[in-house]
Design a protein. Structure first.
Lengths: 543, 59
């Protein structure tokens, strides 16, 4: 919502574009595509870019005529930066977003905890970046426009979906009329109230937590570094919790929990929001000018679909799962969903992988959501305890933290890390001969090399990291040049081999999404190649 | 005690306070304090903890 007299897209600092509906004569010439993507938000655009990276064309539909209103999701975590890098879109994000590593928690105005998120000179990207969602959409849109493989149809709503032989027929409505569009595969990236999910008769299942929160963005000249602040039991909201984030363009996010007696309708009235924000600013000792930009209300729910796939339709992002805001996983897991289905579908359509690879999408990405639920429930119970016992323990921890740092650690939120796909059909069993290092399914750790980073050495498809030069010859001898498998030889012993617990002759097989597909302590080219064929569900062409 | 153990204890306490109910939670916590004191086995240490627990209430 925005202050009275301003339109939904009337921002203090951002100019929303206007997108025309497709030209009728032109859209009538193309009525089918291999992949249709519904929803041109961050998730849909990421999916389209991930497919384009594999050379696959897609048509992107969106009912709106511009980006999402308001700044919404503002925290982009490190794993998402690797996705953006792979899509060739990371540069504007690096330039505009505010990276951060530090969080501070206060209890009744006194600092009880300062935490650092994991970061080191080995890391290419910071653990977290703050950036308003409309910039996220704008930067992705720039990449979509630059790609020759993505056609976007704005003002195009999906009003019908049916299976028809080997394809899905969408009924599309735009200002010039209704028409049918056939797609071999559909990616439903159409948000929390997903029309595709509703049309298919699916529901999100799980828990609705009671907590309600207001998020308000304001513009002010406030001299404070990019450090996330959490205020517990502050003077401005006794018994409540307030979160404060800095964003680019002098925009600040104020996030506060509503008390039971505060009605939602009143809480989101402009004067109530202004009064609540003014009280928070007083607690921050800020007495300068400020302007209200945008606000919204949300509740902490943990809801997900049982299966992210329905035949030829895949659900990604909020259409498949709603997560509480504390873990900053809504957007980040949505991007990971899109990147995951993007590369897999791309590989299947290109013939690089068997269709069975697609069966790994739900276990991997729904697994990530369930992991978020477990952590987010923990955070929610600390941030907004909903029973006498949890509130008493929370208050005891905060009170004790004033003098005992160990108790402050209880206020230290779990960090956003990429989920480990250890239960996936698209990874191999781990090799018990390793003692340490990242396990199978984990996101490849980043390591600084003499020049650049380990991730810079990865190929576009699968990569074999091997410790010992003989593997390159062995692999070429097997004649696998056409698989696009990239072999990277690394020194042993070295910082890299230490980090990966690799011996001389060890190898790691890395998937296109940087997750570890398999590892062998005593590798042979034949075993690595066999493992590769297993995870792409494809036998060698010559066999 | 590491953070994970601390979180486990924290969650177990919260759940037990809820289970015994508002009316009994004070008695439950006092009993627990006596039990833990008995385990520590040293009055001086326990008295230090008593003062530390009270200290930040006044702050």
């Amino acid at each position: 919502m925005r202050p009275e007299g301003r339109l939904d897209t009337d921002s203090l600092y951002f100019e929303y574009p206007h997108f025309d509906a497709p030209d009728r004569a032109r859209r009538e010439t193309e009525t089918a595509a291999a992949v249709a993507i519904v929803g041109a938000g961050p998730v849909g655009m990421t999916a389209a870019l991930a497919l384009a990276r594999e050379g696959v064309r897609s048509v992107l539909f969106d009912a709106k005529d511009t980006f999402n209103d308001g700044s919404r999701a503002i925290c982009i975590a490190r794993p998402s930066y690797y996705i953006l890098e792979q899509l060739g879109a990371v540069a504007p994000f690096l330039e505009k977003a505010l990276g951060w590593t530090t969080g501070r928690s206060f209890y009744r105005g006194r600092k009880i905890l300062e935490f650092q998120m994991p970061d080191s000179p080995d890391e290419k990207y910071r653990p977290m970046y703050n950036l308003q969602q409309q910039y996220i959409e704008q930067f992705l849109w720039q990449a979509v426009e630059a790609s020759g493989l993505i056609e976007t149809r704005w003002q195009s709503e999906i009003i019908g979906v049916e299976d028809s032989g080997g394809e899905v027929l969408l009924t599309v409505r735009d200002p010039t009329g209704d028409y049918s569009f056939g797609a071999s595969w559909v990616l439903a990236c159409d948000g929390a109230r997903s029309p595709i999910r509703t049309l298919r008769g699916h529901r999100l299942k799980g828990e609705n937590f009671e907590g309600r929160y207001v998020i308000a963005d304001i513009r002010m000249q406030h001299d404070y570094p990019t450090i996330r602040r959490a205020l517990f039991d502050p003077a401005c909201r006794p018994g409540g919790t307030v979160l404060i984030h800095k964003q680019p363009d002098d925009i600040w996010r104020i996030d506060y929990q509503l008390e039971q007696h505060e009605g939602t309708e009143d809480a989101i009235r402009e004067e109530t929001v202004r009064r609540s924000v003014a009280l928070v600013l007083k607690d921050l000792d800020f007495d300068g000018e400020w302007e209200l930009e945008w606000w919204s209300v949300y509740s902490a729910n943990t809801l997900a679909m049982d299966d992210y796939r329905d035949g030829r339709i895949f659900f990604a992002g909020d259409s498949a799962h709603i997560v509480p805001i504390f873990g900053v996983r809504g957007l980040n897991n949505g991007l990971a969903d899109a990147a995951n289905i993007g590369w897999k579908l791309g590989w299947v359509l290109n013939g690089g992988a068997g269709e069975a690879l697609l069966d790994s999408y739900t276990p991997e990405r729904r697994g990530a959501t369930l992991d978020v639920f477990a952590n987010a429930s923990k955070s929610a119970r600390f941030m907004t305890p909903n029973s006498h016992g949890w509130k008493l323990m929370r208050d005891a921890a905060l009170s004790l933290a004033l003098t005992k740092p160990f108790a402050g650690e209880l206020a230290n939120p779990r960090q956003m890390t990429a989920f480990t796909y250890s239960e996936s059909p698209a990874v191999l069993p781990d090799d018990p001969a390793f003692s340490g290092g990242p396990g199978v399914g984990a996101f490849m750790p980043e390591i600084k090399l003499n020049s650049g980073y380990l991730s810079d050495r990865l190929g576009k498809g699968f990569t074999v990291l091997c410790f010992g030069a003989s593997m390159v010859e062995q692999i070429s001898a097997l004649g696998l040049g056409e698989t696009g498998l990239v072999v990277v030889v690394l020194p042993q012993p070295s910082a890299v081999s230490d980090r990966l617990a690799a011996g001389p002759g060890s190898a790691y097989l890395i998937r296109p999404d940087m997750h570890i597909a398999g590892r062998w302590f005593d590798a042979t080219a034949a075993r690595v190649i066999e493992g590769y064929h297993r995870v792409v569900f494809k036998k060698r062409a010559s066999q | 005690m590491n953070k994970q153990d601390l979180e486990t204890v924290y969650a177990a306490l919260a759940a037990k306070i809820d289970a015994v109910g508002d009316a009994q939670s004070e008695l439950f916590l006092a009993k627990l304090a006596l039990l833990l004191a008995h385990r520590i086995g040293n009055a001086e240490d326990v008295e230090t903890c008593i003062d530390e627990a009270a200290a930040s209430l006044i702050a």
